[in-house]
Design a protein around this ligand. Structure first.
Ligand code: C2E
Ligand code: CA
Ligand code: CA
Ligand code: CA
Length: 273
């Protein structure tokens, strides 16, 4: 048993070493990426589940670098740990504002774009000021921007979070709680914090029709949101069965590969002509 323990220990050490080397490599590449124009945004349409009309988009970051580390689920956590997320978040907001400005100039109607803001970015005391300044600089209406936050943010200083969200909202930016149902939120926060939208996590939606528990949870979140006067979005709709269920239960907005995959701004413009 002792030998096994020792082997396990060695195994862990080399695993740890490998993952920290990998992290260091991602970190170094990420630093270059910002200056080298290696990022672009994809936009995924959100639809009104009553009319099927496109009512907005979510901006999703893409990193144009070959290799297995370039998916956001891998590089965003590294960006968060290293603080690079602040620069990256800034780039994302500017790119979104620039795209929205272009769409408006071309005569498209105003369709809000949701941006994912990491809890780490909220540690920057100037976040709100910077967001407002950027929106003003690009001359787009604040209503064109939504932010998606995660429940983990509620673990931080709650009165600070409340103040920031209120400030953003007074400016005209709406606030969605992303990945709802997977995190830490106490229901008390939902009522205390100035938020507009709950986004049901895709883990409850992906295989909803074969998973009665997930269907029950999705249904409960829809009712919870409506009882609190919030809108509710379901993400990860991959099939007709999920979409029908959500429509039937009164979910307001849907997002998923069944309707639209995330796409480049150019493709999107063809779609909304
Ligand atoms: P998220 O905010 O929950 O974004 C939704 C994810 O679900 C996206 O993955 C999207 O491509 C994917 N998705 C959409 N519809 C479906 C579907 O029908 N089925 C399945 N299986 N997946 C679907 P993506 O683009 O890989 O992003 C992963 C995560 O990375 C995001 O999860 C978000 O947490 C983070 N992320 C992406 N872009 C940004 C960004 O600009 N800033 C920050 N801070 N985080 C970002
Ligand atoms: Ca999101
Ligand atoms: Ca999500
Ligand atoms: Ca997520």
């Amino acid at each position: 048993a002792k030998a096994l323990g020792k082997n396990n220990h060695q195994y862990f050490d080399s695993e740890l070493e490998r993952s920290s080397n990998q992290q260091l490599q991602v970190e170094n590449h990420l630093r270059e990426a910002i200056g080298n124009d290696e990022f672009h945004l994809n936009y995924q349409p959100k639809i009104d589940l009553k009319s099927n009309a496109i009512i907005g988009f979510e901006a999703l970051l893409r990193w144009n670098r070959a290799g297995g580390m370039n998916t956001p689920d891998i590089f965003i956590p590294v960006a968060e740990q290293t603080g690079l997320i602040n620069e990256i978040g800034d780039w994302v907001l500017k790119q979104v504002c620039s795209d929205v400005k272009k769409w408006l100039e071309l005569g498209y109607g105003l369709l809000p774009v949701a941006i994912n803001v990491s809890p780490v970015e909220f540690r920057n005391k100037k976040l709100v000021e910077q967001i407002k300044a950027t929106i003003i600089e690009y001359g787009i209406p604040p209503e064109a921007i939504e932010i998606e936050i995660t429940e983990s943010l509620f673990l931080d200083n709650i009165s600070f979070v409340k103040e920031i969200l209120k400030d953003l909202r007074d400016f005209g930016i709406s606030v969605a709680v992303d990945d709802f149902g997977t995190g830490y939120s106490s229901l008390q926060y939902l009522h205390e914090l100035p938020i507009d939208i709950l986004k049901i996590d895709k883990s409850f939606i992906l295989d909803l029709s074969n998973q009665p528990h997930n269907a029950a949870i999705a249904d409960s979140i829809i009712n919870l949101a409506h009882n609190l006067g919030l809108k509710v979005v379901a993400e990860g709709i991959e099939n007709q069965a999920s979409m029908s269920f959500l429509k039937h239960r009164g979910c307001d907005i849907g997002q998923g590969f069944f309707m639209y995959k995330p796409m480049r701004s150019e493709e999107l413009m063809e779609l909304i002509v």
